[in-house]
Write a protein that binds this ligand. Structure first.
Ligand SMILES: *[C@@H]1O[C@H](CO)[C@@H](O)[C@H](O)[C@H]1NC(C)=O
Ligand SMILES: *[C@@H]1O[C@H](CO)[C@@H](O)[C@H](O)[C@H]1NC(C)=O
Length: 329
């Protein structure tokens, strides 16, 4: 009797252990399949995002406007399968007044493990422009992590995807599993003037005028317990997965081929360095990046003078999004 009871107790303990092992394994496993959670097009962008009329933390010569001002001036326009976001292309500015009107959007929803796919026809182009599509935990920077998906300045490609984190997140310098080239290995936002750990893409079509002349393309990211992956396919790339160009409702990123950038979890715990992320779309002018590299990037004159005096120089400084889709495990 006693031994039967002891056996039973051990059996229960064993099953409990087994169960906790499997639920742990479940939680840690990389999800393979994701299904659609948000499918955003045209006017839908105006529902999915809030306008942030804040002063630009990166010191750009911009004035981020609120929703009402953006709609009144047609800085944002959504209809059918088009969502446009652009700066003021009309007014000459007073040198001592606010910067050029522009827009910064932040998603209402936030996400942990997810896939996001951005179908973009045109991105802001021109000297002085510094556009970005990125993710951040806005309440806890840099401890909640930042992921820059599409970002650059002064038309200078190719794209780089970058993490900015709290100390203790580094990337193996020689790592396979990606097409791009690592620029810096330490993602700590507190060192190296916050350059983070960029990975430069291998394709010139991923940014600026070359991206636009080619009809744009698709950016996709997967954030999972295994790390963060970023892909880019230009509009006519025959390797674009059908799930991406067909806008499917279920996706399997493990079938998409080698990403352009891969930030693995093994030397940067996702759990520890990444919180809930909102998606942000912003366009600043000059500032800490585009302003500082203006001449080096081959732009003539002075960035702030261009922004103040030449509204027509920003005619092509617009985003045209065909869609944004977010998927969850
Ligand atoms: C607003 O912008 C869109 C897209 O560029 C354009 O089609 C539309 O005519 C503009 N509306 C006005 C009132 O200017
Ligand atoms: C957008 O704003 C964030 C700061 O909140 C900054 O980190 C990022 O560099 C900005 N990018 C652009 C293009 O304005």
């Amino acid at each position: 009797m006693l031994s039967q009871l002891a056996f039973f107790v051990r059996l229960v303990a064993f099953l409990t252990l087994l169960n906790s092992f499997f639920s742990f394994a479940d939680a840690a496993a990389t999800p393979l399949a994701y299904k659609i959670s948000q499918d955003v097009k045209g006017e839908g962008f105006l529902d999915a995002f809030n306008f942030e009329s804040i002063s630009d933390p990166t010191h750009g010569r911009v004035n981020y406007v609120n929703r009402e001002t953006a709609l009144r001036n047609n800085y944002t326009f959504g209809a059918g399968e088009t969502f446009i976001l652009r700066p003021d292309t009309v007014n000459v500015l007073k040198p001592d007044g606010p910067g050029r009107d522009s827009v910064r959007l932040i998603s209402k929803q936030n996400y942990r493990n997810h896939v996001a796919v951005f179908d973009i026809r045109h991105m802001p182009q021109g000297c002085g422009t510094w556009p970005a599509v990125w993710e951040v935990d806005p309440t806890n920077w840099p401890n909640g992590g930042e992921l820059d998906i599409l970002e650059g300045a002064n038309d200078n490609g190719p794209n780089a995807a970058t993490l900015h984190t709290s100390p203790g997140c580094t990337m193996p310098s020689a790592r396979g599993g990606m097409l791009g080239k690592q620029v810096e290995e330490n993602c700590d936002a507190n060192i190296n003037n916050n350059v983070g750990c960029p990975v430069k893409f291998d394709s010139d079509l991923s940014y600026g005028p070359k991206f636009n002349n080619n009809g744009g393309g698709w950016y996709a990211i997967e954030r999972s317990p295994a790390g963060i992956k970023v892909w880019f396919w230009s509009r006519n790339d025959p390797n674009t997965p059908h799930e991406i160009c067909g806008g499917l409702q279920n996706v399997r990123p493990d079938t998409w081929g080698t990403p352009n950038a891969f930030f693995p979890d093994n030397t940067c715990s996702m759990e520890k360095h990444f919180g809930s992320h909102n998606i942000v779309i912003n366009l600043t002018l000059c500032g800490d990046w585009a302003g500082n590299t203006f001449g080096i990037d081959g732009c003539p004159g002075n960035c702030v003078d261009l922004v103040n005096n030449s509204p027509e120089a920003f005619q092509n400084a617009y985003f045209d999004f065909a869609s944004m889709r977010v998927y969850t495990p």
